[in-house]
Design a binder for this molecule. Structure first.
Ligand SMILES: Nc1nc2c(c(=O)[nH]1)N[C@H]1C(S)=C(S)[C@@H](COP(=O)(O)OP(=O)(O)OC[C@H]3O[C@@H](n4cnc5c(=O)[nH]c(N)nc54)[C@H](O)[C@@H]3O)O[C@H]1N2
Ligand SMILES: Nc1nc2c(c(=O)[nH]1)N[C@H]1C(S)=C(S)[C@@H](COP(=O)(O)OP(=O)(O)OC[C@H]3O[C@@H](n4cnc5c(=O)[nH]c(N)nc54)[C@H](O)[C@@H]3O)O[C@H]1N2
Ligand code: SF4
Ligand SMILES: [Mo]
Length: 897
C-alpha cells in the first residue's frame, strides 16, 4: 500500500491579506514552514498570487510571536497561565461594569479576524456584557461604503461580483491603487483590456502604477469626486443616456439628486474646475461612460477615507441607478474591500452602528436578536464609532478596552492622541499574534496569544460576497488559541457560559448562519440559512460560496438589483442628493500642503507580518514622502534627501522622493512604518481625525501639512548576524534579512563612534577576518566582518545615499560562501567584477533588480514577455509587470530623444 506523508498534503485555504480573497494551497514542511502556491480552483484568483501572497512562506516563523498569556506587573509583562490571565480580565471587566455600567467596557475589533471570531466577540459585548461600544478598524476602511450602500439600497449589499470585471467594457477605478492593493483583481482587469478591449479610466490625485495602465487618467484634486460624479449625472441626463424606465420603476428621489448635481456641477467646464481637472479629460470620461452600457465603477480608499466619503459613494451609485447599469453582467458600482474579512465583519455586525447579521437597533431588531441569543441584557442603542471611542477613552468614559487583531496606536488618525488615551485605561487587554507592536507598547495590561494565519480555522468573506474557508495547516504553537475560543472562555468566566458552548469553529458558524436566517422573510439581504445545518464534515469541505444562500438553496447569488428588489420598505432604491464638495480642513500658510496617505506594493499595514519577509523588504525599504519637483525645488528638497513632514498633530522624518507622478500641492506617505520598525515614520500620528458625518470614517488622505528639508551628517546601512544594539542614529529603519538584522540609518554621530559600535557588536573575536576603511575627509567609514566564509557584519557610513551598495551588500549577505572578489565588492559597494549591479529590487519573486532589467531591455528585450523569458521577472505573481512596462516605456522615450 502506498503511504502518504501527511505533511505533503496541500491544504486549501485563503490568503490573509487583501479583500480579493485569493485561494491558497499550503503544504506544511513539518518544520514550522510551508510551501505556498495559488489554488487554481478558487474563483477569485484561479491559481494566481501577488507578491505578498507569494511571500507568505517567509512570514510563518515563530520569531516575535506571542505564545503565552502575559500580565503586566509594573513596567514588565510577565508570563501567566491562561487561567490567571482570563480571571484577571473577567474580574477587571466585572469591576468596571459594577462601578461604571456596561458601556464603560469597549471592544475594538478587526477585519482580519475570522467571521467566527467576530461573531463570538460581537455576541459577548453587545449581547451579554450589554455594551454597545464595539467598533472595528473597518471604520477606518469600509464605513463610508456601508453607509452609502444603506442609504441607496436599504442594505449593505455589493450588487455585483468579480466576473463583472471580466466582462465590462469600461472599468472606472476611483481612489483605488488596485495594481498594488488588489493586484489579482487588477490582473483580471488587464486581461479584460487585452482580450476584450475593455477601457480603463483611473481617477486618483497621484499617477499611480494603476494609472499607468489606464486609457484615461484623471489626476483629480483631493475631494473632487463628488463634483465629478455630479457632473457625470448632469451630463448623462443632458445626453439622454438615462434609463427612465428603471428610474421610474425601481428608484425614488431622482429629481432632488439631479437638482443637487446640477447645482454642484452644471457643465463640463464647471465640473473640471471643481475637480481640478482639464475639460478635455472630463469630456472624454463623460463620453466614454455615456456610450458604454457595460461599465463597472470600482472604488476604494480615495472614496471611503474622506470627510465626504458617504456622499462620494452615493454620487457614484447615482450614475449607475440613473442608467440602470446595476446588477447586470459587467455593470454596477463595486466597492473593493480592504481586509480579508472586512465583509465578514459587516455581516456579523461588528460595527458600532449595527447590532448583528445586518440588523440595526430598531426595537423589533433588538427584540429579535435578544430572543435568538437569549440575551436579556442586550445593548439597545448604537455605540461609539472608532474615533469617538478613543475620545471616550481619553475622557475617561470608557474604562476597559479589549483590542483584538488591530494596531490602533499606528492606524488611527491622530494616533499620538489615541496612544496617550490607551494609557488612561483601568484595564487594557490585547489579543494578538505578536509579542510587541505599538499598541501593546502603549501599555497593555494583559496579552492573550491568538492563533495566526495557518494555525486558525474558520471563514472569511471577500469583496464579491464570497465566503471562503481558512484552514489550519500548521500546528498551534505555544498556548495560542483561536480568538473565538478565547472570547468563549472569558464569557464562561463572566457567567455567560451557556451562550458560548462552541466546541469548534463550525459550531460558531452554524449559529451565525442561523441568526442570519432567523425571522428573515427576505427583508434582510444577508441570509446564509442554507449553510446553517452544515455538518462538521461539510463545513470542513465548504467550497467558496457567494451569499445570500437561503435555506434550501445550494448556490449563492451573483448579482442584485437588475430588476430592482431593493431592501427599502418600498423595494425602491434611493437617489441621494450629495452636499456640495468641500474638504473640511483648509490649508494655510503654516500648513500649505495636503498629506495623502496609503499603501505600497509589498507591505501590509503595520508590517507585523510582511515585515518579516526579506523578499518583500527590498522593493521599498525605507519610509518616504513623495512630492512634485516644482514643489520640492523652492524648499531645497532633493530626491533621496530627508524631510520633516508636520501637521497640527505630529511630525515624521522621511526620505524624500521627488516625482512628477505626485500632484502639485500634495504629499504622499505610506502608512506601514511604526515605532517598532522605524524611528520617526508613524504617519498615523500626523493624520487629522475629522470624520464623515454619516459614516464616522476619518479623512485619512487630505491633512494640511508642511514639509521642510532636514540634513544629517551621514547615512548608511548596517547588516549583522548578531542582534543590533540601539544605534545612535538619529533616524533608523529596520530591514528584514533572512538570517540577520538590518538597519538603514541617518546620523550626526562622529565616524569613530561607528567604529566602536561595530567593535562591540556580536562576537568580534575573529578580528583577523575583518576589514574596515575610514576616510575622514570624505566622511566615509566602511566595515566588514566575515565568519565561516559568510558575511558576519557589514556597515556603510557616508554622505551620499548608498542604495546601490545596500543592494550589493544585502545580496552578498545571503550567500553561504563568498569568493575573494565578492569580499572586496562588499567594501567597495560595487558588484564584484564580472557580476553586474542588480539595482533596486523590482521583481520580488525572483529578486530581479531595476538595473538588470534596464540592461536586458538595452540588449533587445522589448516586451514584458521577453523580459520574463530572459530573467523570469514578472512570470510568477505579476505584481511587477506595471514596473516592467514602465522601464520599457522609459527606454523607448530615451531612444526617441
Ligand atoms: N500592498 C497592500 N495591499 C493592500 C493593503 C496593504 O496594506 N498593502 N491593505 C488592504 C486594505 S485594508 C485596504 S483598505 C486596501 C486599500 O486599497 P486602496 O484604496 O487602493 O489603497 P490606498 O493606497 O489607501 O488609496 C488608494 C488611492 O486613493 C487615492 N486618493 C487619495 N485621495 C483621493 C481623492 O480625494 N479622490 C480619489 N479619487 N482618490 C484619492 C490615493 O492617492 C491612493 O492612490 O488595500 C488592501 N490591499
Ligand atoms: N493614515 C492612514 N491610516 C489608515 C489608513 C490609511 O490609508 N491612511 N488605512 C486604514 C485602513 S483601511 C485599515 S484596514 C487599517 C489597518 O490597520 P491595523 O488593523 O491597525 O493594521 P494591522 O497591521 O493589519 O494590524 C493587525 C494586528 O492584528 C494582529 N493579528 C493578525 N491576525 C490576527 C488574528 O487572527 N487574531 C488576533 N487577535 N490578532 C491578529 C497583527 O499581528 C497586528 O498586530 O489602517 C487604517 N489607517
Ligand atoms: S491579491 Fe495578493 S494579497 Fe490579495 S488576496 Fe490575492 S494573493 Fe493575497
Ligand atoms: Mo482597510
Amino acid at each position: 500500500m502506498q503511504r502518504v506523508d501527511p505533511r505533503s498534503v496541500a491544504v486549501a485555504t485563503s490568503c490573509p491579506y487583501c479583500g480579493v480573497g485569493c485561494g491558497v494551497l499550503a503544504t506544511a514542511d513539518g518544520r514550522g514552514g510551508a510551501t505556498i502556491v495559488g489554488d487554481a480552483s478558487h474563483p477569485a484568483n484561479f491559481g494566481r498570487l501577488c507578491s505578498k501572497g507569494s511571500a507568505l512562506e517567509e512570514t510563518l516563523s515563530l520569531q516575535g510571536r506571542l505564545l503565552h498569556p502575559m500580565l503586566r506587573s509594573g513596567a514588565e509583562l510577565r508570563r501567566a497561565r491562561w487561567d490567571e490571565a482570563l480571571g484577571h480580565v473577567a474580574q477587571g471587566f466585572q469591576r468596571v461594569i459594577d462601578t461604571h455600567g456596561p458601556q464603560a467596557v469597549a471592544f475594538y475589533l478587526s477585519g482580519q479576524l475570522l467571521t467566527e471570531d467576530y461573531y463570538a466577540a460581537n455576541k459577548l459585548i453587545k449581547g451579554f456584557i450589554g455594551s454597545p461600544n464595539v467598533d472595528t478598524n473597518s471604520r477606518l476602511c469600509m464605513a463610508s461604503t456601508v453607509a452609502g450602500h444603506k442609504r441607496a439600497f436599504g442594505a449593505d449589499v455589493v450588487p455585483g461580483c468579480y466576473e463583472d470585471l471580466d466582462c465590462a467594457d469600461l472599468i472606472v477605478l476611483v481612489g483605488s491603487n488596485a495594481a498594488w492593493c488588489h493586484p489579482i483583481l487588477f490582473q483580471r482587469i488587464l486581461r479584460n483590456k487585452q482580450e476584450r478591449g475593455a477601457k480603463l479610466v483611473v481617477i486618483d490625485p497621484r499617477r499611480t502604477t494603476t494609472a499607468e495602465d489606464a486609457d484615461l487618467f484623471l489626476p483629480i484634486a483631493p475631494g473632487g469626486d463628488v463634483a465629478l460624479f455630479c457632473g457625470l449625472l448632469t451630463h448623462l441626463v443632458a445626453n439622454g443616456a438615462t434609463c427612465d424606465d428603471y428610474i421610474a420603476r425601481h428608484t425614488e428621489g431622482f429629481a432632488q439628486a439631479l437638482a443637487a448635481a446640477r447645482a454642484i456641477a452644471p457643465t463640463i467646464a464647471a465640473t473640471a474646475a471643481a475637480a481640478g481637472l482639464r475639460e478635455v479629460d472630463v469630456a472624454s470620461f463623460f463620453a466614454l461612460f455615456t456610450a458604454t452600457p457595460k461599465v463597472v465603477t470600482a472604488f476604494s480608499q480615495g472614496v471611503n477615507q474622506s470627510a465626504q466619503g458617504t456622499d462620494k459613494v452615493d454620487a457614484i451609485v447615482n450614475c449607475h441607478l440613473a442608467t440602470g447599469r446595476i446588477g447586470a453582467p459587467g455593470a454596477g458600482p463595486f466597492s473593493l474591500t480592504g481586509q480579508p474579512n472586512a465583509m465578514g465583519g459587516r455581516e456579523v455586525g461588528g460595527l458600532a452602528n449595527q447590532l448583528a447579521a445586518h440588523m440595526g437597533f430598531s426595537d423589533a431588531e433588538v427584540d429579535r436578536v435578544r430572543r435568538f441569543w437569549n440575551a436579556p441584557r442586550i445593548a439597545t442603542r448604537e455605540g461609539f464609532k472608532a474615533v469617538q471611542m478613543f475620545e471616550a477613552i481619553a475622557s475617561g468614559e470608557i474604562k476597559a478596552l479589549w483590542v483584538m487583531g488591530t494596531n490602533p496606536a499606528v492606524s488611527l488618525p491622530q494616533a499620538n492622541d489615541a496612544r496617550a488615551a490607551l494609557a488612561k485605561l483601568d484595564l487594557f487587554v490585547v489579543s494578538d499574534n505578536v509579542l510587541s507592536n505599538d499598541t501593546i507598547a502603549a501599555g497593555a495590561h494583559v496579552l492573550l496569544p491568538a492563533q495566526a494565519w495557518g494555525e486558525k480555522s474558520g471563514t472569511i468573506t471577500n469583496s464579491e460576497r464570497r465566503i471562503s474557508r481558512q484552514r489550519a495547516f500548521l500546528p498551534s504553537p505555544g498556548e495560542a488559541e483561536p480568538d473565538w475560543r478565547i472570547v468563549g472562555a472569558l464569557a464562561a468566566r463572566m457567567g455567560f457560559g451557556d451562550a458560548f458552548r462552541f466546541r469548534t469553529a463550525a459550531d460558531v458558524f452554524r449559529e451565525h448562519a442561523a441568526l442570519s436566517a432567523f425571522e428573515n422573510d427576505g427583508a434582510r439581504s444577508f441570509d446564509i440559512g442554507g449553510l446553517a445545518a452544515l455538518s462538521d464534515d461539510a463545513y470542513d469541505a465548504l467550497r467558496p460560496t457567494l451569499w445570500p444562500i437561503r435555506a434550501g438553496e445550494t448556490k449563492g447569488r451573483e448579482r442584485f438589483f437588475a430588476e430592482g428588489g431593493y431592501f427599502t420598505t418600498d423595494g425602491k432604491a434611493r437617489f441621494v442628493a450629495p452636499e456640495p464638495p468641500a474638504l473640511h480642513a483648509a490649508t494655510s500658510a503654516a500648513f500649505p500642503f495636503r498629506l495623502n496617505t496609503g499603501r505600497i506594493r509589498d507591505q501590509w499595514h503595520t508590517m507585523t507580518r510582511t515585515g518579516k519577509s526579506p523578499r518583500l523588504a527590498r522593493h521599498s525599504p525605507s519610509p518616504f514622502v513623495e512630492i512634485h519637483p516644482a514643489d520640492a525645488a523652492p524648499l531645497g528638497l532633493v530626491d533621496g534627501g530627508f524631510a520633516r513632514v508636520s501637521t497640527r498633530h505630529g511630525e515624521c522624518v522621511l526620505m524624500v522622493v521627488v516625482t512628477d507622478r505626485q500632484r502639485r500641492g500634495l504629499l504622499f506617505a505610506p502608512i506601514h512604518w511604526s515605532d517598532e520598525t522605524s524611528s520617526f515614520a508613524r504617519v498615523g500620528g500626523l493624520v487629522t481625525a475629522i470624520t464623515d458625518a454619516h459614516s464616522g470614517q476619518p479623512e485619512a488622505k487630505a491633512t494640511p501639512a508642511r514639509i521642510d528639508a532636514v540634513a544629517f551628517k551621514s547615512r548608511g546601512f548596517l547588516l549583522s548576524r548578531a542582534p543590533l544594539r540601539p544605534a545612535f542614529a538619529e533616524l533608523g529603519t529596520k530591514i528584514a534579512l533572512a538570517d540577520g538584522h538590518g538597519l538603514l540609518f541617518a546620523s550626526d554621530a562622529a565616524l569613530d563612534l561607528w567604529r566602536d559600535y561595530v567593535a562591540a557588536l556580536g562576537d568580534a573575536a575573529d578580528a583577523a577576518d575583518a576589514a574596515d576603511y575610514l576616510d575622514e575627509a570624505r566622511g566615509v567609514y566602511r566595515a566588514a566582518r566575515f565568519r565561516a566564509q559568510r558575511v558576519d557584519l557589514c556597515l556603510f557610513v557616508g554622505r551620499q545615499d548608498a542604495r546601490a551598495a545596500f543592494e550589493v551588500a544585502t545580496a552578498l549577505f545571503e550567500k553561504e560562501r563568498l569568493t575573494d572578489e565578492q569580499r572586496k565588492a562588499l567594501l567597495s559597494g560595487r558588484a564584484a567584477d564580472g557580476a553586474q549591479e542588480d539595482g533596486a529590487i523590482v521583481c520580488a519573486c525572483f529578486g530581479v533588480g531595476a538595473k538588470t532589467i534596464d540592461r536586458t531591455i538595452a540588449q533587445g528585450a522589448r516586451s514584458v514577455a521577453e523580459i520574463g523569458a530572459r530573467l523570469r521577472a514578472g512570470t510568477n505573481c505579476g505584481s511587477c509587470i506595471p514596473e516592467l512596462k514602465r522601464a520599457i516605456a522609459a527606454a523607448r522615450a530615451c531612444c526617441a530623444e
